[in-house]
Design a protein around this ligand. Structure first.
Ligand code: SF4
Length: 77
């Protein structure tokens, strides 16, 4: 994969501050991305968010987990 991480977004405010330039924000950790991490988030230098980031969550498996949670009461009736 050589695409920007799907969990990466840009925000102009957060942590009670606002910024002139939007900063990289990770929606998994709910925190701003450190500059060194941003290379992974943006898949620069052959880095792969899915393989090189310990915070990365596969969007498909994340959705499947949500479904499982929704079905938590299955079979009880
Ligand atoms: S690469 Fe990791 S830190 Fe960066 S946006 Fe994706 S999950 Fe978050």
């Amino acid at each position: 994969m050589d695409e920007t991480c799907q969990h990466l977004s840009y925000r102009e405010e957060g942590d009670g501050k606002s910024f002139d330039t939007a900063r990289a924000f990770c929606t998994v950790t709910e925190s701003f991305v450190q500059p060194m991490r941003a290379d992974v988030c943006n898949a620069r230098y052959d880095l792969d968010p899915a393989a090189d980031c310990e915070f990365y969550v596969d969007p498909e498996s994340e959705a499947a987990e949500d479904e499982d949670a929704d079905r938590g009461g299955d079979g009880a009736e």
